[in-house]
Design a protein around this ligand. Structure first.
Ligand SMILES: C[S@@+](CC[C@H](N)C(=O)[O-])C[C@H]1O[C@@H](n2cnc3c(N)ncnc32)[C@H](O)[C@@H]1O
Length: 598
């Protein structure tokens, strides 16, 4: 099963639309605790997801109980609900959380001290940055370390020609002119954001973006999972540094150095300072005593989790009818995911495939469903492509080698990679290997890298084409001879031919029927010049058994096929392919009596 790992990205956006400063706590060495509650906290109302499939209207209370901690699609506020189609916006959930705005240089030490009180949601960093937390490096240099009130006031005077209460704001032309004169030439050139000063504060496009869907907002592309925004009062009318520091600079009365948000655990959402545990207050006080200019704020935030945040099973759980088993596993071959859907899933197959594709891109580009058990001679899978690109030709890397595969026309099973490795580990560089059912060559080509020589055969012309292509691709074509014939004929001709090197290992990987091919070995050396030297090959034959004692049963099949009982067989269970059905591998040296029988 393949589960794609993902990275959380907390996006910085432009100043926030809606506006409430809920609780504000300022701790400084000169002040005691201030707590202002401008608005009464809103209780968190769990909002449920009603899906496009009628049957997915699961009872709210039940679901909420099941998801009491951590993010869930059954919690948070929905942005909007489009009931007609599968719409990624339907999976956006907004959570109210409380955060501590702390000086950036202290965020890591505070993070470790506040462990247990911080948000502990998968893939969400509990240290967040929002617009306005940082300042351009050029400006930082300009301010130096003196970001105390006096320096900041002086900076404001230099930028705006005034400080708070000094009178009217300058027009932008004069302002720019003044700024250009204020900075020396080096400073001006280095000052990236100066160009923005003459730009209108909010472009039409930006206003439209803001009014339109949240997904169109600046910096919020397809790959973002989460966004932290501080809920602050809009349009305070205060002069701000946004022109100078860029559009992302948040409006704040005073910039007091770089800050970060420490996201508090969800249980503190909408809580005031008095309601926070003593442990948090004690940590803040302790830090406060260490520095003369530390200030901490309790801020109310919105944490938005987008469609990209949710795992495949979480999305499918709300999309599929209640009680239906959510398909959670699939196999991958290169860029192709192949599902094995149950009958009950079939009416939803396209939806399931879309989610599998979305949640596993870019590694997965095609999602297909296996529509039938493998019955045909070439052991190919019957696949129906449900989502993504329709090509079933892909490349698999195994054992450091590249294998091109067309799943529509050839056999491939990634699950056998370990078994192939085990088998290869039995070979030495003196071996000459004969692969009777080679497919596109995972054993034959890997063996060619290690052994002296390989004879590889398959009945399927397409498999042989890929076998040739893969041997060339891996630059091993000089060590492999490829045949396209029935296994029985191949065994017969390869052992009879005088040109053939002495074969030491034979691989027979056609578990459904391989044992039936064993009788081909009867008398193979009897047909040849008796005066010659013969090497009895070691045969590795695969088979299935549903018997109570699968090893014994497979052993029996081999004895019957060879009409011989007195020889040693090493038997291994490879894997359980279905309930009660084992795949086995039997290895034995071809008995002399069989090889020379008449
Ligand atoms: C289970 S696959 C194994 C392929 C390869 N060894 C692998 O591990 O991927 C069996 C292969 O035997 C081939 N095959 C089936 N019947 C055959 C026959 N009578 N003679 C030769 N090859 C045959 C199929 O085309 C298929 O590629």
């Amino acid at each position: 099963m393949y589960v794609l790992p993902r990275q959380i990205q907390l996006m910085a956006l432009y100043p926030l639309p809606s506006a409430i400063i809920l609780n504000k706590l300022i701790i400084s060495s000169t002040s005691s605790l201030h707590f202002t509650c401008r608005f009464s906290p809103k209780p968190l109302i769990p909002s449920l997801f009603s899906t496009t499939t009628a049957a997915a209207t699961t009872s709210s209370s039940t679901l909420f109980q099941h998801h009491s901690y951590g993010p869930s699609l059954y919690k948070g506020h929905k942005k909007h609900q489009n009931t007609d189609n599968f719409d990624e916006e339907n999976f956006t959930r907004v959570f109210d959380i409380t955060a501590l705005r702390v000086p950036s240089e202290h965020c890591f030490s505070l993070e470790s001290k506040l462990r247990g009180h911080l948000l502990n949601w998968p893939r969400i960093r509990n240290i967040a940055r929002v617009p306005g937390d940082d300042i351009d490096d050029e400006l930082k240099e300009f301010i130096g370390n003196n970001n105390d009130a006096e320096t900041l006031t002086a900076l404001e005077r230099r930028i705006y020609g005034k400080a708070e209460g000094d009178g009217e704001k300058m027009c932008s032309v004069l302002y720019r002119d003044k700024l250009a004169r204020t900075f020396n030439s080096t400073g001006y050139v280095k000052f990236q954001n100066l160009a923005k000063l003459s730009r209108p504060k909010k472009s039409k496009k930006k206003r439209e973006e803001e009014e339109g869907s949240g997904r169109q907002r600046k910096g919020l592309g397809r790959n973002e999972m989460a966004l932290v925004e501080v809920v602050e009062e809009e349009g305070s009318g205060d002069e701000d540094l946004s022109g100078l520091l860029g559009d992302d600079f948040i409006r704040r009365r005073k910039w007091s150095g770089s800050t970060r948000l420490l996201l508090l655990d969800e249980r503190y959402a909408n809580k005031g300072i008095e309601e926070l545990p003593e442990a948090i207050k004690a940590v803040l006080k302790e830090h406060n005593e260490e520095s003369t200019r530390l200030s901490f704020e309790i801020v109310r935030c919105k944490l938005t989790l987008f469609y990209n945040y949710w795992q495949m099973n979480e999305v499918l759980e709300v999309l599929l009818p209640q009680g239906m088993i959510v398909p959670s596993a699939f196999e991958t071959v290169g860029h192709i995911a192949h599902l094995n859907l149950r009958d009950e899933h079939l009416p939803h197959k396209k939806l399931i495939a879309k989610v599998v594709l979305d949640k596993n891109k870019p590694k997965i580009q095609t999602v297909a469903n296996k529509i039938d058990a493998i019955h045909n001679d070439y052991r190919t899978m019957q696949l129906e492509v449900l989502a993504g690109n329709h090509s079933l030709v892909t490349t698999v890397v195994e054992n450091g080698l590249y294998f091109d595969v067309d799943l529509a026309t050839v056999y491939w099973n990634s699950r056998l990679a370990t078994e192939r490795q085990r088998l290869l580990s039995c070979f030495t560089h003196d071996d000459v290997v004969c692969d009777v059912f080679a497919g596109i060559g995972p054993i034959a080509i890997s063996a060619a890298k290690k052994v002296k020589y390989v004879y590889a055969n398959d009945l399927n012309p397409s498999a042989v084409e890929y076998l040739e292509r893969n041997s060339v691709r891996n630059k091993l074509e000089r060590k492999i001879e490829i045949f396209n014939m029935d296994g029985r004929r191949f065994i017969d001709s390869i052992f009879v031919s005088e040109k053939t090197r002495a074969i030491t290992q034979v691989v027979m990987n056609l578990p459904n029927d391989a044992a039936e091919f064993l009788d081909s070995f009867r008398g193979i050396f009897g047909k040849r010049n008796k005066g010659r030297q013969f090497t009895l090959p070691r045969i590795h034959v695969y088979g299935f058994s549903k018997a109570q004692d699968p090893e014994f049963d497979f052993h029996e099949q081999i004895r019957i096929a060879l009409s011989e009982v007195a020889f040693e067989v090493e038997m291994r269970k490879v894997r359980l392919v279905a309930p009660g059905k084992w795949m086995l591998c039997a290895s034995f040296v071809l008995p002399e009596t069989v090889a020379f029988s008449k």
